[in-house]
Every structure is written in structure tokens, then in C-alpha cells.
Design a binder for this molecule. Structure first.
Ligand code: MF3
Ligand code: CO
Ligand code: CO
Length: 283
């Protein structure tokens, strides 16, 4: 090719009953999609709310996973992670230097840990994907600051999400905020389109250049889920094939919301009905 061709972004308007394949197009949803995501997102938030009083020193992470599965099933949903690419659990529980995809086990939480719990109920065909950080007992100031700044990164990213903005504006705002504190923004994992599919186009990277990427349009659904390291951004995957940890073993934090672009901004589908969006939860 003798000249550079800008990549084309294609958009497709989704009929509310349809499950289209993952074909690289960005789907634009209508009112029934918003209604479906509102319900799935609310369930994700209610599950994360219910975990707040349970995250205590001494609790096993597979117990917390059992609570997630039971609440999900009781609500008539299924955990989308169960059976996803061979994953066998209802949540991911990532402690301290674990960046994401921590596997629930007989391991117990200890005083001073910071932990991310990530849930994705699939309710009536719609995916509500959200995660929050929890503080276990007395957490040192350095770790609490990382958690606070990571939450700010998510919300600053969400502020950019409106029609006419570019997808890269989200990552640019997140990266600027994190790097101002000399934190590292993880590059290996990103946010993603979702709806009837768990992981769909577009990829929502958390470090980017402003003004780049597809234009945001009403009806787009995607997650923003920045992973921010106290040290360098590098990660590695453990032998189990899932657990991602920081290469330098520094602490890592993450928050995730599922959002939909509206005519004048965005709707957060996974906002906490109890206002427990960031710790301390005081429950
Ligand atoms: N919930 C994660 C996300 O935010 C995905 C977890 S996939 C699993 O995209 F298989 F690791 F559970
Ligand atoms: Co996600
Ligand atoms: Co998630």
C-alpha cells in the first residue's frame, strides 16, 4: 500500500432481540438495550454492595465467590464468568499485587489487604460487568491513596464519555491522572464493549492519545476498568494461566463500571444503589 489509510470504524444499529457476532463493528443499542443493561448493571451493583460487610480479615475468597454465585442465581441470572474460556468461578478476586483475574480459593483475607472483586451477572441476556476495591481492616495510607486515585481515574474516564468525544479521550484522561501520581497504567488488559456479548468491540484502552479512536455515539455500551499499579505498569501471568500480577510485585488497584452513551453524556449502569461506589464503605 503506498499511502496510509485511516482505519474505518463501522457502527451497526442493533435490533433489541438480536445477538450479533463479535465482528469488530461497534453496536448501537436502543431503549430496550438500555433497559436490559440497567437491570443487569443494577444486579452487579447489588452483589458488590452485599459483599461490603463480608470483606473482613479471615474470610476465604471462595466463600465470597459462593455468595456471588448464590445471589446471582437467586436473582434469576447466571455468572457470565462460569465456563468462560474454561474459567470455573463466579467472580475474580484480586488481592494486593494481583492486577486482575485472581481465582477464588481457600486463601483468606488478612488485615491491611486491598482486594478487587469483579462480577458479571448475565440477566435476561444482558451482561452487567463491574468491580470495586475493598479495604480489609486497617489499610496503610499508601495503599488507600492508590485505591482513591484509581477510583478517580475511573470517574475521570467516565466524564469523557459523551457523544462526539473520541474513545482515546478516555484513556488519555485516565493516563494523565495516574501518571501525575507516578503510578503505572496497565496496558495488557482493557475495557470492552458489552451487551448481549460479554466482551465485544471496541477495546477501551486506559492509556491513549486524546482525539484518537472511534467517535462515541449514543447507544454504545462499554466498560471502563482501569488497572493502576503503585509501581511500574508491567504485568505477568502466573502458571494457572489466569492470575495477572505486577512484575515488580507492587500493589495494584482497579474499579470497573459498565456504561451506555446517551444523547448528552452517559448512563452508569452499575452505580451502587446504596452509594457504596468506593471505600471505605462503613457498613
Ligand atoms: N469481569 C472481567 C472483565 O472485566 C472478565 C473476567 S473473565 C474471567 O472483563 F474469565 F476471568 F472471569
Ligand atoms: Co470488564
Ligand atoms: Co469485570
Amino acid at each position: 500500500m503506498d499511502r496510509y489509510m485511516a482505519p474505518m470504524t463501522e457502527y451497526v444499529t442493533v435490533e433489541d432481540h438480536s445477538v450479533l457476532p463479535r465482528d469488530g463493528t461497534i453496536k448501537l443499542h436502543g431503549p430496550a438495550g438500555f433497559e436490559g443493561m440497567r437491570k443487569a448493571g443494577r444486579l452487579a451493583a447489588e452483589i458488590l454492595d452485599a459483599l461490603a460487610p463480608l470483606v473482613q480479615p479471615g474470610v476465604r475468597t471462595d466463600y465470597l465467590d459462593d455468595v456471588v454465585r448464590q445471589m446471582t442465581l437467586d436473582a434469576g441470572a447466571v455468572p457470565a464468568t462460569m465456563g468462560y474460556r474454561g474459567y470455573a468461578h463466579s467472580s475474580c478476586i484480586s488481592i494486593n499485587h494481583v492486577v486482575c483475574h485472581g481465582i477464588p480459593s481457600d486463601k483468606t483475607l488478612k488485615d491491611g489487604d486491598i482486594v478487587n472483586i469483579d462480577v458479571t451477572p448475565l440477566l435476561d441476556g444482558w451482561h452487567g460487568d463491574s468491580s470495586r476495591m475493598y479495604l480489609v481492616g486497617d489499610v496503610p495510607l499508601k495503599a488507600r491513596r492508590l485505591v482513591d486515585v484509581t477510583y478517580e481515574c475511573l470517574m475521570i474516564g467516565i466524564e469523557q464519555a459523551k457523544p462526539g468525544a473520541r474513545l482515546g479521550d478516555i484513556g488519555a484522561a485516565i493516563q494523565a491522572h495516574a501518571e501525575k501520581q507516578r503510578y503505572g497504567v496497565v496496558r495488557e488488559f482493557c475495557g470492552h464493549g458489552l451487551g448481549r456479548l460479554f466482551h465485544d468491540a471496541p477495546e477501551v484502552v486506559h492509556a491513549a492519545r486524546a482525539g484518537t479512536g472511534p467517535e462515541l455515539r449514543p447507544g454504545m455500551f462499554f466498560t471502563i476498568e482501569p488497572m493502576i499499579n503503585l509501581g511500574k505498569p508491567g504485568v505477568k501471568i502466573l502458571e494457572d494461566g489466569w492470575t495477572a500480577v505486577t512484575r515488580d510485585r507492587s500493589l495494584s488497584a482497579q474499579f470497573e463500571h459498565s456504561i451506555g452513551i446517551t444523547e448528552d453524556g452517559c448512563e452508569i449502569f452499575t452505580a451502587s444503589p446504596k452509594g457504596l461506589d468506593k471505600p471505605p464503605y462503613a457498613v
